[in-house]
Design a protein around this ligand. Sequence first.
Ligand SMILES: CC(C)(COP(=O)(O)OP(=O)(O)OC[C@H]1O[C@@H](n2cnc3c(N)ncnc32)[C@H](O)[C@@H]1OP(=O)(O)O)[C@@H](O)C(=O)NCCC(=O)NCCS
Length: 248
Amino acid sequence: MIADILPSEVASAEAFNDGLEGPLYPEEAAQISRAVESRRREFTTARLCARRALARLGLPPVAVPPGPLGEPRWPAGVLGSITHSTNYRAAAVVRTADVLALGIDVEPDEPLPEDLLESIASPDECARLRELRRTAPQPVNWGRLLFSAKESVYKAWFPQGRRILDFFDADLTFTPEGTFRAHLLLTPLERELGLRADYSGRWLARGGLLLTSVVTLAPVRAPRAEVVGAPQGASNGAPRLGGYGAVR
Ligand SMILES: CC(C)(COP(=O)(O)OP(=O)(O)OC[C@H]1O[C@@H](n2cnc3c(N)ncnc32)[C@H](O)[C@@H]1OP(=O)(O)O)[C@@H](O)C(=O)NCCC(=O)NCCS
C-alpha cells in the first residue's frame, strides 16, 4: 500500500501482522532488550522491512538502530523512514542522489478526538478541514489524516533540521485527490541556513489505515551540453515539489 504513494525512486517494504521472520543485529537488539512484547514486535518487523527495502535498492543488509532522538540511522548515501500502526509496519528508503527528504507515516483510519485536534491543528487548518468535510466527495477522517501528515513532515524534516517540531510549526493544506502541502515556520537561524520550509506529500485511505508520505525529489541535473540553449527553468536546481509519481 505504501508504495502507491511513493515515487519510483523510493523502495519500500511493508508487513501485516508481524508476518516476517528474521534476526536483529546486536546493536538493534540492545535497543529493545527491556521493551514490552508489542514494541519488540513492531521494532523487529520494521527492521526486516527496512532490510527488504534496502535490498530493493540493491544495497546489502545493515543494522538500522535508532539515533539519539529516535531517528532511524541509515547507511551513508541513503535516506529512509519507518512507521508502524496496529498490525501494519513499513519502511521506505532511497538514495540521497535521488531524493532530498523522505517521511512516511500510518495511522488507524479512525476519527481524531476533537480535543486532540485542537492541540495539533491551527484555527486556519481547522477551518480548511471543515471545508473539506463539507465539499470532499468521500468521507475522510481529516483530523487523523492531518496528524499522520504532520508526523510524515516531521520525519522528512528531521535529518536536515534535527529539531523536534511543534505541531503548530507546520501549516498543512490537503486536496481531496490525495495530495497535501506543508509549510514550516522556521527559526531565523534555520532560514539563514537555507533549510527547507516547503514540502509536498501524498495520502491514501485504504484497508482501515490512513497512510501519508512526504518526498522532495532532488533536482534533475541535465548534462552541461544539454543545459546550453535549454528553455529557462528546465533545470534550475530547485527541488521538485508535488505530483512525485509523475515528475520524471
Ligand atoms: C517520532 C514520531 C514522529 C513517531 O511517529 P508515530 O506516529 O508516533 O509512530 P510511527 O510508528 O509512525 O513512527 C515510529 C518511527 O518513527 C521514526 N522516528 C522516530 N523519531 C524520529 C525522528 N526524530 N526523525 C525521523 N524518524 C523518527 C522511528 O523509525 C520510529 O520507529 P522505530 O522506533 O521502530 O525506529 C512521534 O512520536 C513524535 O515524536 N512526534 C513529535 C514531533 C512531531 O511529530 N511534531 C509534528 C511536527 S509538524
